[in-house]
Design a protein around this ligand. Structure first.
Ligand SMILES: Cc1ncc(COP(=O)(O)O)c(C=O)c1O
Length: 339
């Protein structure tokens, strides 16, 4: 199959080995994997992850993604986020008509909006375990009134807590990741105990990412997403997963040791820095809209018209720039974005 240049290429054998490594850990429980869709937004790949085993459902970031997943037949979907806009609430309602949908809240207003949507939804109260994004302060004070309000609202089911330590998942030191994961566990256990002591349910403790995938602590489910395709940022950590995503790009110009490739910011996110080359000694210096400028060793044979593979620095925003992933000659739609 002729694919465009630049194009995202998946090494399916490597992705399958990543799926199997995760499945081997989670298959026997009690902790399960709830793979995060936002890493690649491709339902074909997500189906393969669930078929690999060890999963209790899927995670996604937006109500729109939940709708895409529910319509694609995924029957247990967590939106690991707060939803407060009318379009989002409508997508949640549509998704909840097809699948078991759970969503996060950290404010009474969320509960009012979700109740008014009329959808039957599971709810997790989000706790800020140190990321300083969404979530209640972890002192139990705000938790109980909000949890009681949910428990008393018809159509909504209090299922438990979310605590995502986004500040910890990319720490290069395993010891530091262990410390942060332990802190998360301590916070979530205390919040869970507040709920249980008040006679409120807390069956689900959801959180974790690729950098902490094997440090669940008290979590009942782990929301890792990047592990299946990986990227250059996670590649710096000592994780058990292999690089499975590459941006195939064409050399468009060369002057001595400076080459220009046809993949720029419209094909690769620079949020976490420059992509990594696979060609020995190739170093990407900068990305412009349509071009990457790189240095290569003098002996490098790359000439205009040749292709080379780059490893994206950050998988999620990179895949989000592309309509498809190319897998063994097939185009797999990034349908969580394009549908
Ligand atoms: C709420 C939430 N859970 C889990 C993840 C896991 O992502 P990753 O696999 O990239 O660590 C993320 C990533 O940003 C997230 O925002």
């Amino acid at each position: 199959v002729a694919h465009p240049s630049p194009a995202l290429i998946v090494d399916l054998a490597a992705a399958d080995r990543n799926i199997e490594r995760a499945a081997a850990t989670f298959r026997d429980g009690p902790v399960r994997l709830r793979p995060h869709f936002k890493a690649h937004k491709c339902t074909t790949l997500m189906r393969r992850q669930l078929d690999g085993g060890g999963c209790c459902g899927v995670t996604c970031a937006t109500a729109w993604e939940a709708r895409v997943l529910a319509e694609a037949g995924f029957d247990d979907v967590l939106v690991a986020n707060e939803v407060a806009d009318p379009a989002g609430l409508a997508h949640l309602t549509a998704a909840a008509a097809l699948a078991r949908v759970t969503v996060c809240v950290d404010d009474a207003r969320h509960v009012e909006l979700l109740a008014a949507s009329g959808a039957r939804l599971g709810l997790l109260v989000e706790i800020d375990v140190g990321q300083r994004r969404c979530g209640l302060r972890p002192d139990g004070e705000e938790l109980l009134p909000l949890a009681r309000m949910i428990a008393e609202t018809s159509g909504l089911e209090l299922r438990g807590l979310q605590g995502y330590h986004g500040h910890a998942v990319l720490l290069e030191s395993r010891t530091e990741r262990e410390q942060e994961a332990a802190r998360t566990a301590e916070i979530l256990a205390a919040e869970r105990d507040f709920l249980l002591a008040a006679g409120l349910p807390c069956d689900v403790l959801s959180g974790g990412g690729t950098g902490t995938w094997d440090l669940p602590g008290v979590l009942t489910e782990v929301q890792a997403g990047s592990y299946v395709l990986m990227d250059a940022s996670y590649g710096r950590l000592d994780l058990a997963f292999e690089q499975a995503l590459f941006c195939r790009t064409t050399v468009v110009s060369r002057r001595g040791t400076r080459i220009v490739l046809d993949a720029g910011l419209k094909a690769l996110s620079a949020e976490y820095g420059m992509p990594r080359g696979t060609e020995p000694g190739l170093e990407v210096l900068s990305l412009a809209d349509e071009h990457a400028t790189a240095l290569v060793p003098e002996g490098c044979a790359l000439q205009p018209g040749d292709t080379t593979l780059l490893i994206p620095a950050h998988v999620d925003p990179t895949v989000n720039l592309h309509p498809a992933l190319y897998v063994d000659g097939e185009a797999w739609a990034v349908d969580g974005r394009t549908r």
